[in-house]
Design a protein around this ligand. Structure first.
Ligand code: 5GP
Length: 140
């Protein structure tokens, strides 16, 4: 067995995360450094670096996970539009070597709910705001 990746440790609960939703084969949680409000990562429980290395079942289930996350985000952010991005390998900008789709709700400029990054120059994630949002998303 390969060394567990950061995301495998998150899936196992060894590292805390703000869970959005979970299926048998996938896990979704808020990105610690959101590009926009609601930025969620959807990852397979099967550990693999690239989508081509995933089992058929796992890659199919992953799409279900993306759709389920969109459903929840669409209620919270009142939008049907999303950026869904995948960096498939380090040369594509992948930083964590475990398949992960970025699901980011999009809304007309100026209508976004406030960012939950703390005001000022701090780059530290606001874990309490992430946890509050995750709780609301879990309830949707
Ligand atoms: P990549 O650049 O590999 O496509 O994206 C990796 C993402 O993982 C980044 O958006 C980064 O903010 C996020 N990330 C890195 N470490 C953690 C972590 O410990 N927890 C969470 N929730 N997200 C993380």
């Amino acid at each position: 067995m390969d060394e567990p990746t950061l995301f495998t440790k998150i899936i196992r609960g060894d590292i805390p995360s703000s869970m959005v939703a979970e299926g048998n084969e996938w896990y979704a949680f808020l990105d610690i450094n959101p590009h926009r409000p609601g930025h969620t990562l959807v990852v397979p429980k099967e550990q693999a670096q690239r989508i081509s290395e995933l089992s058929v079942d796992s890659r199919r289930a992953l799409m279900d996970g993306i759709i389920e996350v969109q459903r929840r985000l669409s209620i919270e952010f009142e939008t049907t539009d999303f950026s869904v991005n995948l960096n498939d390998g380090p040369l594509a900008g992948q930083e964590v070597p475990h398949v992960h789709f970025h699901v980011i709700p999009r809304a007309p400029e100026g209508t976004q709910r406030p960012l939950w990054k703390p005001p000022g120059d701090s780059t530290e994630p606001d874990f309490s705001l992430l946890a509050e949002l995750a709780e609301r998303l879990q309830a949707h």
